[in-house]
Write a protein that binds this ligand. Structure first.
Ligand code: ADP
Ligand code: MG
Length: 817
């Protein structure tokens, strides 16, 4: 008799005896405390194990209850037992293999090694296998539990041999009559004849002669695969197979998981290992989600979800499992961003700025243009934030050329007017330098520049006329000499510089601001959340303005930037035109070159972007150099070409950009470093090689670099021969000129990882959650907000598992306090 059966007997007896605690000698509690562990072991459905745990029989307190309480308790436990029985029954009738054939499934071997143990505790995972798993980011048992199949093959349709249908995925259970090494085609393989009561079928495995050894006459075997026809006879060719022993089927006869693999990992092994891990360890996961949320959102328990996502009972369960796990991902993400926002805004007071209208008007009067309505609106939103004694946390979105920099400059000016320092961080030196030049350009309209007197002060300028004192602005990049850097660090530390423009160099630990009050971060998606907080920590809770030219779809904004308020400049300055865009194939390249020639002879300039080389800036730089040499020699020998890539020293880059901007160069050959922000009014052609490798948003950014004055701009996208779908995607560039629409498309077609490189962003991984599903996202967000409001620091006892999970999810460097 199993533990479950005797438990039921005891409880029924207790009920019959009128809840007098006389059913067992010594009382029910003593019995339960002793037996609970064993009973638990005999439950082989992980979904029910957690239900069992909730009954908490190991710590039962029956003896101390009054009769009414005892009745309630009894109904509860017996109800659970009924449910267990029901599930076991339906399960065994649904499964292909009924239990009389498999013998009763073995009790699950619950194992005690912690989930942070190395995967090598699983039998068969040697250290060299572990290295292969590490390539898939699977190192600990927990990772293996969270190593999800990409999809499933449906081998659940069991058929008698006589009813097999050609061309469908089906499963048979039969007996091996014969198995041998055979020559199939002209290679050795394995051939077997398998039969059941209704007939026999030939089964062959190409190129796997060694399989013959695994099969013996009269072995029972399960074969899953597609039935084909060979010389008029049905045959299984290289199907999945599994000998029928006392184990649950994992390769055949069910929904079989298909895992992502890497060289040297094979599907059968991986399935065996994931099964063993799930069976042995999933119980340790517990569940970190509060049960009200699970009930409200109808979510599976975590252990059940993990078990089902690997080895689902059916597609509905697989879907539900994925739903639960996707919920977790988004929920943890949301809680994390909410906590960040709270930390920044509420844990400590921010600096309320006084906004001096005089300073603003003075600045605006001197611009050669008036602000667009959208710029006006956004400026007011920002100024309103700056006046609060609560740190601003705002994302400013606006297409390339929509005029974000002017707005940022004004905000920096306000900070300076309040006696605070302001920093502007850009993702590349080229951009930092350009911002510096532009800001200086704006300021010089008003102020008179005081030249620095010390040598090496080219990166510091000083303006009078804005404030009651001189306004100092400096450029800090990695390419300064260490002497210059040191001097600048000193000045920054002393508060002798008001506005500092720079690259990552700004967040190095040597940089200590005297009084940082506003941090502006340009082109956000190049920076991770972590860099965002690094700059934030340089000041005493400074205001933060993040600018991006990549339109961010609403779902994305809610998740990845859920900690930021959002402003949008949705209007371009007047007179901007649509850049004519054309997708071309390699054979059109010559025509494209002559077009460039003509444009240059009309006094225009052109960009040629080299293909993206993922993962290696060095290779990308090399490829760009080769292309530059070829173009200079063979295609445009009479024109002046320049080369720009990420490996060049900053001074060289600046020099090339300066020459291009001044019109000294006709064509700039570049890697994707020009993607963001570069402003060259006379450039009219953007030619992109290997266009298919870039995201649509990125291409849109490139395109934004041309047509910046009255002259028509052109964008030529050259790609390899493409599949119809890939071609269709690229073609969108010809028709669509709205960055938001392109961004939505990108997200839909390429997923969030591609879109923003979430891997580098310090955010939790999203493996299952779809960021395109706005509805479920808003549901999750609502749940997160509700929970956050009721227990913002997750201090309640019942939230401790959640708190732990949260810090685990955000662990890659991101602190949770
Ligand atoms: P973004 O940073 O959003 O790409 P910028 O601030 O660099 O855009 O502005 C792009 C160009 O447009 C700059 O040359 C800038 O001087 C100019 N500009 C900005 N705002 C306006 C406006 N309201 N009217 C006309 N030109 C503008
Ligand atoms: Mg810009």
């Amino acid at each position: 008799m199993t533990g479950i059966d005797s438990l039921r007997n005891v409880l029924e007896l207790e009920r019959r005896k009128g809840y007098t605690d006389k059913a067992v000698i010594g009382g029910l509690d003593k019995y339960l405390h002793k037996q609970a562990g064993q009973i638990r072991q005999s439950i082989n459905n992980p979904q029910l194990v957690s239900g069992f745990d909730e009954l908490n029989l190991a710590n039962s307190n029956y003896g101390s209850y009054g009769v009414d309480e005892r009745k309630r308790w009894m109904t509860n436990v017996l109800g659970w037992l009924d449910q267990l029985e029901k599930t076991t029954k339906t399960n065994s009738s649904q499964k292909v293999v009924v239990s009389s054939q498999t013998a009763a499934a073995e009790p699950r071997q619950e194992r005690r090694e912690g989930l942070d143990s190395s995967v090598t505790v699983i039998k068969g995972i040697t250290s060299s296998v572990a290295i292969k798993f590490a390539r898939l980011n699977v190192r600990e048992l927990r990772d293996l539990l969270y190593f999800f199949p990409r999809r499933y093959v449906d081998y659940s349709q069991r058929k008698p041999v006589s009813e097999l249908i050609e061309g469908e995925e089906q499963t048979i259970i039969g007996t091996i009559w014969q198995a041998r090494v055979a020559t199939l085609g002209n290679r050795k393989g394995t051939e077997a004849i398998v039969g059941d009561k209704t007939g026999n079928i030939r089964v062959v495995w190409f190129n796997q002669p060694y399989l013959a050894k695994s099969f013996h006459t009269n072995d029972r075997v399960v074969i899953s695969g597609t039935v084909g026809l060979f010389k008029g006879h049905k045959v299984f060719a290289s199907p999945e197979w599994e000998l029928l022993k006392d184990k649950e089927l994992i390769h055949t006869g069910r929904l079989v998981p298909v895992y992502p693999l890497t060289q040297g990992l094979y599907p059968r092994q991986v399935r065996k290992w994931t099964k063993e891990t799930v069976d042995g360890y999933v119980w340790q996961l517990g569940d970190f989600l509060p049960s009200e949320i699970k009930t409200r959102c109808q979510l599976l328990d975590l252990p059940a979800a993990i078990a089902q996502v690997h080895y689902p009972d059916d597609l509905t369960m697989a879907e539900r499992a994925r739903g639960r796990l996707a919920f977790d991902e988004l929920f943890l993400l949301q809680l994390g961003v909410l906590a960040r926002k709270r930390d920044w805004q509420e844990s400590q007071p921010g600096n309320a700025f006084h906004v001096d209208q005089e300073v603003i008007s003075k600045f605006l009067r001197c611009l050669p243009f008036t602000l667009t309505q959208a710029q006006e609106r956004v400026l007011q939103e920002i100024l309103t934030d700056l006046k609060q004694a609560k740190a601003m946390s705002r994302l400013l979105q606006g297409e390339v050329g929509s005029g974000k920099t002017v707005i940022a400059t004004l905000a920096l000016l306000i900070a300076a007017a309040n006696g605070y320092q302001g920093a502007l961080m850009a993702p590349t030196e080229v951009l930092a330098e350009q911002h510096y030049t532009n800001i200086c350009g704006y300021l010089s309209q008003v102020g008179t520049q005081k030249q620095g007197s010390e040598p090496g002060e080219g990166t510091i300028r000083c303006y009078t006329g804005f404030l009651s004192r001189p306004l100092t602005i400096a450029l800090l990049t990695g390419s300064l000499s260490s002497n210059e850097k040191e001097r600048l660090h000193h000045k920054i530390g002393q508060g002798e510089v008001d506005i500092i423009v720079g690259t990552h160099a700004l967040i190095q630990k040597e940089v200590e601001f005297n009084k940082l009050g506003l941090a502006v971060i340009d082109e956000q998606h190049r920076f991770g959340v972590l860099q965002r907080s690094a700059l934030r920590q340089k000041g005493f809770n400074p205001h933060v303005l993040v600018m991006t030219a990549t339109p961010i779809p609403r779902t994305m904004a809610l998740t990845l930037y859920g900690d930021l308020d959002i402003s949008v400049i949705d209007e371009l300055p007047p007179g901007r035109q649509v850049v004519k865009t054309k997708c071309l194939e390699p054979q059109d390249r010559e025509k494209a070159y002559s077009f460039l020639h003509r444009q240059v002879s009309n006094g225009r300039q052109a960009f040629i972007i080299c293909p993206l080389v993922e993962e290696s800036e060095i290779l990308e730089a090399k490829a760009a150099t080769t292309e530059y040499e070829r173009l200079s020699r063979e295609v445009f020998p009479n024109l002046k070409l320049g080369l720009l890539h990420g490996q060049m020293p900053g001074t060289e880059k600046e020099e090339v950009m300066r020459r291009f901007r001044s019109g000294e160069l006709d064509i700039l050959v570049s890697t994707s470093v020009v993607e963001v922000g570069i402003d060259v009014p006379r450039a009219s052609v953007m030619m992109v090689e290997g266009a298919e490798r870039f995201g649509l948003s990125q291409l849109h950014q490139f395109r934004g670099r041309v047509g910046r004055d009255k002259e028509q701009g052109y964008c030529l996208l050259i790609s390899e021969k493409l599949s119809p779908e890939a071609r269709e995607r690229l073609r969108l560039m010809e028709k669509v000129h709205d960055g938001f629409v392109l961004a939505e498309k990108d997200l839909e077609l390429r997923g969030p990882g591609e879109f923003f490189g979430t891997h580098q962003s310090g955010l939790p991984d999203l493996k299952l959650a779809k960021l395109t599903d706005l509805r479920s996202l808003e549901l999750v967000r609502q749940e997160a907000i509700t929970l956050f409001q009721s227990d913002p620091n997750l201090n309640k006892a019942e939230h401790q598992p959640l708190r732990q999970q949260l810090s685990r999810a955000w662990s890659r460097g991101a602190e949770w306090s």
